[in-house]
Design a protein around this ligand. Structure first.
Ligand code: DAH
Length: 363
């Protein structure tokens, strides 16, 4: 049996030396030391030896086992080292190669304009609130004095998510649109602060007075051209309190215009009509380019229109649960792209959406 043991040991060592992969090494391990391996079988055969010989032979087998394991481990370690060296050689990095240049991003001019604008209003004590882009018809139209058949709705009537059959009459709670104006946030904020809090559709409840701006994306069925896009941005403003007047509105807009466009900027209110304000006005600012003399930018008039505004209609206050005998307020809606295009003298609105780095990196 000793000769057999010696033979197994020698053959095992040869097999280990011949293995060229960890897998073949594993195979050797199984065939020699495994449950049915040669050495294990030899141990099982010990019962044929005399009781005196058994412990001695057992010791020899164990020694052989240890030797084989040592050889196996050494071989495994050598293989690992060899693989690592090969891998390192494969993955050598030439540190003298020039690095890849990281392209640094730019803030979009719309975003720069928005941050400027927010700074001005936050400075005057306004809070910035967010409203949903997918909106109830009720918030976008009805509560703003734009009922089902109002012509103002035609102009903006747009992307419906779901809609009842108009032939069957009034709008329902299920009528949902992509909002056409950020004025929808006015309705939400007033509901959330008025007596009809429970109808504010989960908008966070708040207290009067109100002093907010709400920037965001709006959607209309407009064709794309140099000044139109089916999706653009507005910034809504709303102030509701006791004794708020048109003079407050004018003063606020003057502050905005001089801070945003420059200290020499003047504002002018032109009478206009919006369903949810009374009286309503459109606001022009003196042309930042020519200072009011008339030039190409202002098409010779010296003035540029930037927003719509007015005193919140008493009926709108009432519909939102705020008593118009106690409270009054003003609202305004600024076209964000409009003021950004003007401020940075960009001739075509389409440039704002094309994400051309050559355009964006100029700001
Ligand atoms: N929502 C109007 C529009 O999209 C703009 C506007 C006008 C907003 C007057 C107002 C406002 O808050 O008082 O044309």
């Amino acid at each position: 049996m000793k000769e057999l043991l010696e033979k197994i040991r020698r053959e095992a060592e040869q097999k280990i030396a011949d293995s060229d992969s960890t897998e073949s090494l594993d195979d050797v391990k199984v065939s020699i030391l495994g449950k049915k391996g040669e050495l294990t079988m030899l141990l099982k055969g010990m019962k044929d030896l005399s009781p005196e010989e058994r412990p001695k032979f057992g010791q020899l087998v164990n020694q052989a086992r240890e030797q084989i394991e040592l050889k196996m481990n050494a071989k495994r370690e050598a293989m690992r080292k060899e693989m690592l060296t090969a891998k390192m050689a494969r993955e050598t990095i030439d540190v003298t190669l020039p690095g890849k240049k990281m392209i640094r991003g730019h803030k979009h001019p719309n975003q720069i304009a928005l941050e400027d604008l927010e700074r001005v209003f936050i400075g005057m004590g306004y809070e910035v609130v967010d409203g949903p882009e997918v909106e109830y018809d009720r918030m976008n139209f009805k509560l703003l004095n734009i009922p089902e058949d109002h012509p103002a709705k035609d102009e903006q009537d747009t992307f419906y998510i779901s809609r009842h059959d108009p032939a069957k009459g009034e709008t329902t709670e299920d009528d949902i649109v992509l909002r056409t104006q950020t004025s929808s946030v006015q309705a939400r904020i007033m509901l959330a602060a008025g007596k009809l809090k429970e109808t504010s559709k989960g908008f966070p409840e708040r207290e009067l007075p109100i002093k907010i701006i709400s920037p965001g994306r709006v959607f209309r069925s407009d064709e794309v051209d140099a000044t139109h896009s089916p999706s653009f941005h507005q910034v809504e403003g709303l102030v509701i309190g006791k004794g708020v007047t048109m003079a407050d509105l004018k003063g606020t807009l003057d502050q905005f215009a001089t801070n945003f466009f420059g200290p020499k900027t003047k504002t002018k209110l032109r009478p206009h009509h919006f369903p949810f304000t009374e009286p309503s006005a459109e606001v022009d600012v003196t042309c930042f380019k020519c200072g009011g003399k008339g030039c190409g930018v202002c098409k010779g008039s010296g003035w540029i229109e930037i927003l719509g505004c007015g005193m919140v209609h008493p009926h709108v206050l009432e519909m939102c649960g705020i008593d118009p005998n106690e409270y009054s307020g003003f609202a305004f809606g600024i076209g964000l792209e409009r003021v950004a295009l003007l401020k940075y003298e960009i001739a075509d609105m389409r440039l704002m959406y094309e994400n051309d780095i050559r355009f964006l990196e100029q700001f």
